[in-house]
Design a protein around this ligand. Sequence first.
Ligand SMILES: Nc1nc2c(ncn2[C@@H]2O[C@H](COP(=O)(O)OP(=O)(O)OP(=O)(O)O)[C@@H](O)[C@H]2O)c(=O)[nH]1
Ligand SMILES: [Zn+2]
Length: 212
Amino acid sequence: MDAIVKNFPAGGQEQVKDKAQQPIRPTQQEAEEAVRTLLRWAGDDPAREGLLDTPTRVAKAYRELFAGYEQSYQEVLGRTFEEMSGFDDIVLVRDIPFFSHCEHHMLPIKGMATVAYLPNGPVLGLSKIARVIEIFGRRLQTQENMTAQIANAIQDTLKPRGVAVLIEAEHMCMEMRGVQKQGSRTLTTTFTGEFKTNPTEQARFFTLARNR
Ligand SMILES: Nc1nc2c(ncn2[C@@H]2O[C@H](COP(=O)(O)OP(=O)(O)OP(=O)(O)O)[C@@H](O)[C@H]2O)c(=O)[nH]1
Ligand SMILES: [Zn+2]
């Protein structure tokens, strides 16, 4: 199946949030009871031996898979390096793998992100780009919003001349269920600053991102 290419504009309907707004959390016991309900909904018996510890494990796994709600991109991106501030050309980190979950079905999204920016003074530690992807990936997402959130977070904190984000991902809700199109991939991009206004910079981004 052909990939879908979408350009999701920065600063669109999705505001960049720092720590996600926190509703009142249910207790561990309530979360485990909800898992028992879903086990019964699936057709199994939560009281059988093999499933006795499953609610505890699922609650623990959810803490890990959705840890992004507890994390702040501003903390991660707050630490920059000034001593390389003479460097003003493109910095691009390619093919950063991530997992997320779609907000429609809570099923996994498996993808790769490529992120570039044009420094305007300070530069980021390279791992911080991957950490920002983890923060937004470990929340319930649409691919479009995740792409824009990563770009806007870097633009808002680092204030570079431009940011470019390309995400290519597979959605298990389209592969394992529903329309069942295995192997289809969705591409989304967000450009800010010079990557948005200067076609040459945008073309350089695609050359570096896609050439093997
Ligand atoms: N735009 C967008 N859509 C997504 C994303 N992840 C999942 N979806 C889509 O969300 C839509 C939800 O559609 P609905 O008709 O409300 O739900 P559904 O009956 O489960 O839809 P089907 O998946 O077609 O069976 C589906 O078309 C999914 O493919 C995403 O990241 N971005
Ligand atoms: Zn889905």
